[in-house]
Design a protein around this ligand. Structure first.
Ligand code: FES
Length: 94
């Protein structure tokens, strides 16, 4: 199974996880502290900035895109409860 290396910049930790894992699951497991609420892509409380490796993540769904836009999130922001890592290297601001 493909793996992804995900670096949490503020925490200073890189972990290797199976492709398909959502950012929020990784954050919870290692204690990176990304806050969340609904876990369903609706409340926007889990927004996290992606420093690099956006091409190694799942595309934004229509719902994620809408919620991020409504909350004036930036181009490099993702909802951690929705975004899945697909492989390669990814760095997030958390
Ligand atoms: S936890 Fe609500 S949008 Fe991610």
């Amino acid at each position: 199974m493909p793996k992804a290396n995900v670096t949490f910049e503020k925490l200073g930790l890189t972990v290797t996880v199976p492709a398909g894992t959502r950012l929020i699951e990784i954050s919870e497991k290692i204690g990176a502290g990304i806050t969340y609420g609904c876990r369903e892509g609706e409340c926007c409380s889990c927004t996290v900035g992606v420093v690099s490796g956006m091409e190694n993540m799942s595309e934004r769904s229509v719902l994620e895109d809408k919620v991020l836009q409504e909350n004036m999130a930036g181009r490099n922001d993702r909802l951690a409860c929705q975004a899945q890592v697909l492989g390669g290297d990814i760095v997030v601001k958390a």
